[in-house]
Design a protein around this ligand. Structure first.
Ligand code: DAH
Length: 343
């Protein structure tokens, strides 16, 4: 069999490559075919290389026909390439399509911790009465936590079982009352302040945690009477728990107030009829209060003719009553399912 002539070779090659080109389905395969058809190792290239062996009169014509095929192939390939690119672009667009009629993602807003909310609420209730907010340190000198408040050195409250001692005479404050003493030492009367914050006691069960929050109130001026205290607390109780709330004062003892009282509000659950929550009494205890003890005025350098009242309450306790929560520890576990309910 004689060697096929160049014309046949070229036309066979053209047919073969065109057929392969017609079945290419993506840009990657096309790239491979391009190398196979036109690259250094292609059949076309080897035909071109062998032209030199032809008799001189045939060379020109042979060169022209190889180049013609090369041009044809390049054109065909670029045609297919632009079609495939168009197709790939359309596929990408439809895959990334966004349905703008779909509802957007719901972004959940955070909210204040229920104890922080109660704190803000109390401050808002007292604001119209002229109270401003002051803060004191959580690491407190024994003097402010106890002595200045007329709590003598042998008082059981100082016992290590209740108080976290940090040093010989520094403690984690066991109440917010030391801020009373600090405020009076820094400001001349009249004084009308609220002081919220963290307090610490070595205690842990369903109704006690080693850290909790209190808010302290102090009103000092000339001519302040017990009736002012009672009126203030009734106003507070009604704003906090509803207008149908009454208060009841029971005699009590705190060394920094004299006389002292514990204050109850109408049970939030039964409205005073008597139920399990108020243990059948119709009342719930919410705070301690009293007229500032003259010994405290002496400690802070106020004249003994000065008068005033003070009160202090636990914020978690108020929150528990208001939101009917039965386990104090829930406030500190930070389960978002619990916290989310207080928007
Ligand atoms: N400091 C007291 C406590 O932690 C609460 C208290 C009672 C504060 C009577 C007062 C007050 O200001 O007058 O239990």
């Amino acid at each position: 069999m004689s060697k096929p002539d160049l014309k046949t070779l070229i036309s066979e090659l053209e047919g073969k490559l065109k057929k392969e080109l017609s079945s290419v389905g993506n840009l990657k395969d096309l790239e491979e075919l391009k190398i196979k058809a036109l690259g250094k190792k292609s059949e076309l290239y080897s035909i071109l290389r062998n032209i030199g062996e032809l008799p001189p009169e045939e060379r020109k014509h042979a060169g022209e026909s190889v180049n013609k095929l090369k041009t044809i192939l390049e054109e065909e390939i670029s045609k297919v390439e632009s079609e495939l690119k168009k197709k790939a672009g359309a596929e990408k667009l439809s895959a990334e399509a966004v349905d703008i009629t779909m509802p957007g993602d719901y972004i959940r807003k955070g909210s204040l911790h229920p104890v922080a909310q109660i704190m803000e609420e109390i401050v808002e209730i007292f604001k119209p009465l002229g109270y401003s907010v002051v803060h004191g340190p959580e690491i407190e000198h024994e003097f402010f936590n106890f002595d200045a408040l007329n709590i003598p050195g042998d008082h059981p409250a100082r016992d290590m079982q209740d108080t976290f001692y940090l040093g010989k005479d520094t403690v984690l404050r066991t109440h917010t009352s030391p801020v009373q003493a600090r405020t009076m030492m820094q400001t001349k009367p009249p004084v009308r302040v609220l002081s919220p914050g963290k307090v610490y006691r070595s205690d842990y069960d369903v109704t006690h945690t080693p850290m909790f929050h209190q808010i302290e109130g102090l009103y000092v001026d000339e001519g302040i009477k017990f009736s002012h205290l009672k009126g203030t607390l009734l106003y507070f109780a009604k704003r906090m728990f509803g207008q149908d709330t009454s208060i009841r004062l029971r005699p009590s003892y705190f060394s920094f107030t004299e006389p002292s009282a514990e204050v109850d509000v109408t049970c939030v659950a039964c409205k005073g009829k008597g139920c399990r929550i108020c243990k059948g009494t119709g009342w719930l205890e919410i705070l301690g209060c009293g007229m500032v003890n003259p010994n405290v005025f002496k400690q802070v350098g106020y004249p003994e003719t000065m008068t005033g009242f003070a009160f202090g309450m636990g914020l978690e306790r108020i929150a528990m009553l208001k939101y009917k929560i039965n386990d104090l520890r829930l406030f500190f576990e930070n389960d978002v399912r619990f916290l989310r309910q207080f928007k």
